[in-house]
Design a protein around this ligand. Structure first.
Ligand SMILES: [Zn+2]
Length: 132
C-alpha cells in the first residue's frame, strides 16, 4: 500500500542517481567535519547538500537533472578510473611493476624481476630504460 503510493508519487519524477548518492555522502562528510570542528554553521552546508539531493530526486525536470548528471560524470569518471588503476596496481604489485611513460605519461606495466629492460611505449612509441 505504502509502496504503491510511493510509486505513484515518484511517477514522472527524476529519482536517484550516482550524483545524488555523492551529494548525500558529501553531506555526511561535511556534517562530520562540522561536529569535529565544533562550528555549527558548517552544518548548513550539509543541509544544503541533502536538500539539493532531495530536490533532484523529486524534480520533474528530467532533462535538466540528466544534464547535471552528465556534467558530474565528466568529473567523476576520470577520478573513478584513477582509483581503479591504483587498485589494480596494488593487487598486482608482486607480479608487475607499474610506471609512466616519461614522454606521454601513459600508465604502463612490466613483469617484475627482469632487471633493467628496454620499454617501448604502446601509445607514443618512445623507447626508454626501466628497472623492474
Ligand atoms: Zn608514451
Amino acid at each position: 500500500m505504502f509502496l504503491e503510493k510511493l510509486r505513484r508519487f515518484m511517477y514522472g519524477r527524476y529519482g536517484s542517481d550516482t550524483l545524488n548518492f555523492a551529494l548525500m555522502i558529501l553531506g555526511l562528510i561535511v556534517a562530520l567535519i562540522a561536529s569535529i570542528a565544533g562550528f555549527w554553521p558548517i552544518n548548513l552546508l550539509s543541509y544544503a547538500l541533502y536538500g539539493y539531493a532531495i530536490f533532484r530526486m523529486l524534480s520533474k525536470n528530467i532533462p535538466a537533472r540528466q544534464k547535471e548528471y552528465y556534467s558530474f560524470l565528466k568529473v567523476w569518471t576520470p577520478i573513478q578510473k584513477w582509483f581503479r588503476i591504483k587498485k589494480t596496481a596494488f593487487q598486482q604489485r608482486k607480479q608487475y611493476k607499474y610506471f609512466r611513460c616519461p614522454n606521454c605519461h601513459q600508465n604502463l606495466r612490466a613483469p617484475r624481476g627482469r632487471g633493467k629492460i628496454r620499454v617501448t611505449c604502446q601509445r607514443c612509441r618512445k623507447e626508454f630504460n626501466q628497472k623492474t
